[in-house]
Design a protein around this ligand. Structure first.
Ligand code: FPP
Length: 258
């Protein structure tokens, strides 16, 4: 991926905080946006108000990542397990996704964001599927940050689908099983063509992956913060990036190998 953002002349770009080394930013940040419900409960509000506030936080975070020169942001908006939430909450989230997409598309174009949705999209409401298809097509040639929204996404399901597809190709005689290596496998994943995340940020203090990007996060640095997602602000993002820049990445070796 090229550092297109560093050269694209966008208006009013927010400057990189001086504490950060621009040469050692993560190219790809993954986000588990947890704590919306708790944020709302703390304020005596219905849970869904937390999701509404969470959208504003996501917009702000995307803008900051884009302006600071991060090349890709992948967020976990709705997991394959989230269908088990109360029906009204699921319906609210689907309507929220539709409204936000419809409302923000022009802004994404202006900011040169390339948006994609990862997950089993055919199980989503038809109106949302149409908006997703439109936003994906319209932003596909944009040269700015890659913004991936995992929606009805599950890491294990993604791995099983990849394995099944490779097995089908092998059974049809189109693929020698001995030719299956990590690169070929990764090319079957929904993230094909995107570098693996360098940094995973999870808010609200839970210390688990929750079936998110199980293959892709193999070597990611983990930053877990107690901040609830709607409260995740510029200072919290800066803290995550400073934490990342303080790590020595070894990829299983003895010194930084790449
Ligand atoms: C987790 O908080 C959050 C979610 C399941 C939904 C996140 C979705 C958004 C922020 C909107 C994204 C919108 C677009 C268009 C990409 P939680 O409900 O699990 O909070 P809790 O752990 O405190 O209960």
């Amino acid at each position: 991926m090229s550092r297109a953002l560093a050269t694209t002349p966008l208006p009013d770009r927010l400057p990189l905080p001086p504490q950060l080394d621009p040469q050692r930013l993560p190219a790809h940040v993954a986000l588990i946006m947890d704590g919306n419900g708790r944020w709302a409960r703390q304020r005596g509000l219905p849970r869904v108000m937390g999701h509404r506030a969470g959208v504003e936080t996501l917009k702000r975070t995307l803008r900051l990542c884009s302006d600071w020169g991060i090349e890709a942001l992948t967020c976990y908006a709705f997991s394959t397990e989230n269908w088990s939430r109360p029906g009204e909450e699921v319906a609210f989230l689907m309507t929220l996704f539709e409204r936000v997409l419809a409302r923000e598309l022009e802004g994404l174009m202006k900011e040169q964001v390339r948006i994609r949705f990862l997950g089993d999209l055919e199980q989503l409401p038809e109106g949302l599927q149409n908006l997703i298809a439109d936003a994906t097509a319209r932003t596909s040639a944009n040269g700015g940050i890659h913004f991936n929204v995992c929606t009805n996404y599950g890491g294990r399901r993604e791995l099983v689908q990849a394995a099944r597809h490779l097995a089908e190709r092998a059974a049809a005689g189109q693929l020698d099983p001995a030719a299956i290596d990590e690169a070929l496998f990764a090319a079957e994943l929904q993230t094909a063509g995107e570098g693996d995340p360098d940094l995973l940020i999870r808010t609200s203090g839970e210390r688990r992956l929750s079936n998110f990007l199980l293959w892709q996060l193999a070597y990611a640095e983990l930053h877990i913060t107690d901040v609830l997602w709607p409260d995740f602000d510029e200072a919290a993002l800066l803290a995550a990036l400073l934490d990342y820049q303080g790590r020595q990445r070894r990829f299983g070796g003895v010194e930084a190998a790449r």
